[in-house]
Write a protein that binds this ligand. Structure first.
Ligand code: ARG
Length: 559
């Protein structure tokens, strides 16, 4: 149950809507004071009263019941204490009843969210830099689904541009079918790299010609291009499967080839297009930004032109409530420009376009630089994570059955969690040892906690039950309260585009459960306590599984 909502709905403040009260309710710094607190400072202006008086008034008119057992007013705050027994009963029952959907809601019902994420480039390596967009977008996808939204996952493929002319030229000179078929994306990428190193001016000219041929629909050139494209896609598909990621649309940049002219026309009609050194631009000086390039002097479109067409297409096709772009912060300016141009075109929905920016990921040994040609392919990082997970598991539990399968779940989990645990805007340095530690704030720790819970439940042979009127002790109550807040956390993660909140929640819940596990006997406790503690263990397991699932992470049977 949403306690914040419960409380907010029972408070009346003149001139303030219930949503505003809801969002003001917070956790007090110390749980002795209460479980929830409403600071009254911001209502002071509207009511022309001191916060202390307002708090006092709210306290006096609030009716306590089986849910909220105590209300106090202190220094401009109203503190609410939840009825422990009531909360305990309610949380456990709700988790049992809802199971895998515990924490979900229907807040997004009837609304569509588009998420542009991963958005790989054809014939280019899928490297560690793509990890964040893929797992952040993938997790947001699951979170919004869980919140009742219809979600459209879009892979805005980088499949447009002169580089494909280059690739075809390189293939014609140096490639052959069998080798490329066998080497897949690596072979294509080597051809492209070789072109950039060795191409003669004639080949450059030829490449432009090939690009033109792709554009004009020439059969042979397009077949080659489609072949490279399908090879890239089947390669990334395997990675997506391992990461538990899916897309509803692969409409890439090329898809917008015939959808850009109407945008250019509209810009011109609205008087937004300006000529500058032969190119067509939208001047954004007034907004302290460099101009947004729409057409080059040779008439060619640009990345921004295709994004303008894509945004309009998405609005028309999906009528989105929000459209998110999960793209590194290096593209901050690009999205600011695109969003601004749409706003200037009078698209009132431009405000619903959101650039969900994130920081850089590098490996501990600094092996990320593309300039040195030392690209780290994501598939290698994946293999290494799983291999290392295998070693870690073998050490901890040498006789475990199915070690390969466990290592896969643990290794992939560690990789995903490592990329999701920090606030997304931070640059992160990825360390295999850190993400695979049993002790730290890791998925391994959370998965291990799940395995521990499973083993306790298996030993008891039951899932516990709730004794009538159970008064939880301090450790138990901490777990209960954390369980109760899961739905709020998921909601906040959606509102802030921040899956890390769910990752952090999982660690927090696991820590509280482990504290309880160490302090309280389960299987050897008295009948009522034992039953309750088993039920609490089961509820924790369910909630941890739900949280991990929102991140795209599974839980092994044993560890
Ligand atoms: N393919 C681009 C890149 O790798 C990312 C595309 C992001 N999405 C977009 N609509 N611009 O940089």
């Amino acid at each position: 149950m949403d306690y914040k909502k419960y409380i907010a709905e029972r408070i009346k403040i003149d001139g303030v809507v219930s949503e505003e009260i809801y969002s003001a309710i917070a956790f007090p710094p110390n749980t002795e004071m209460g479980d929830y607190a409403l600071p009254c400072f911001k209502f002071s202006k509207i009511l022309r009263k001191s916060p202390a008086l307002i708090a006092e008034g709210i306290k006096n008119s609030y009716d306590c019941d089986g849910v909220i057992s105590e209300v106090s007013a202190v220094n401009g705050y109203v503190n609410f204490k939840i009825n422990k027994q009531g909360l305990t009963r309610e949380v456990i029952c709700e988790i049992v009843e809802k199971g895998t959907s515990y924490g979900s809601s229907d807040i997004g019902k009837g609304k569509t969210i588009c998420i542009d994420y991963s958005s790989v480039n054809i014939a280019k390596p899928f490297h560690i830099g793509h990890l964040s967009t893929t797992v952040i977008g993938g997790s947001l996808y699951k979170i919004y689904n869980f919140l009742g939204y219809k979600v459209v996952g879009i892979n805005h493929l980088g499949d447009y541009g002169t580089q494909f002319g280059k690739l075809i030229s390189a293939y014609k000179h140096w490639g052959n079918r069998e080798e490329v078929q066998k080497g897949g994306i690596h072979a294509i990428n080597s051809l492209y790299v070789r072109f950039n190193e060795e191409a003669t001016p004639e080949m450059e000219q030829e490449a432009r010609e090939y690009f033109r041929l792709i554009e004009s629909g020439d059969k042979e050139t397009n077949e080659l291009f489609e072949w490279f494209k399908s090879m890239t896609l089947s390669y990334v598909q395997k990675i997506y499967e391992k990461l538990n990621i899916k897309f509803d649309s692969y409409a890439g940049e090329r898809f917008y080839t015939d959808k850009m002219q109407p945008v250019v026309d509209e810009l011109r009609e609205k008087g937004l297009l300006k000529e500058s050194e032969g190119a067509q631009i939208v001047d954004l000086e007034e907004y302290s930004m460099p101009p947004c390039l729409i057409l080059r002097s040779d008439g060619a479109s640009l990345y921004a032109t295709r994004d303008l067409a894509a945004a309009i297409y998405r609005k028309n096709t999906y009528d989105f409530y929000k459209c998110l772009y999960v793209v590194a912060y290096q593209q901050n300016l690009h999205f600011k420009q695109v969003f601004k141009v749409l706003e200037l075109m009078g698209k009132e929905w431009a405000k619903d376009l959101i650039h969900v920016a994130y920081g850089m990921v590098s490996l501990e040994d600094g092996a990320m630089s593309t300039r040195k040609g030392k690209v780290v392919w994501l598939e290698d990082v994946i293999s290494k994570c799983v291999e290392k997970a295998y070693a870690v598991i073998s050490e901890k539990n040498p006789d475990a059955d199915n070690k390969e399968k466990i290592a896969e779940t643990v290794g992939m989990g560690a990789l995903i969690f490592g990329a999701l645990y920090n606030n997304k805007i931070k640059d992160i340095v990825f360390s295999y040892d850190k993400v695979l530690s049993f002790e730290g704030e890791t998925s391994v720790y959370v998965q291990y906690t799940c395995a521990r819970a499973k083993s306790v439940l298996a030993k008891s042979g039951t899932e516990g039950s709730l004794p009538g009127n159970y008064e939880p002790n301090a450790e138990e109550y901490e777990v209960i309260k954390t369980l109760a807040s899961f739905g709020e956390v998921v909601n906040e993660a959606g509102e802030k585009y921040e899956p890390s909140l769910v990752a952090r929640y999982a660690v927090d819940l696991a820590q509280k459960f482990n504290k309880f596990y160490i302090e309280c006997k389960i299987l050897t406790a008295g009948e009522d306590e034992k039953n309750f503690r088993l039920a609490l263990t089961k509820a924790t397991l369910q909630t941890l599984e739900n949280a991990l699932k929102l991140l795209g992470i599974g839980v092994p049977e044993k560890m």
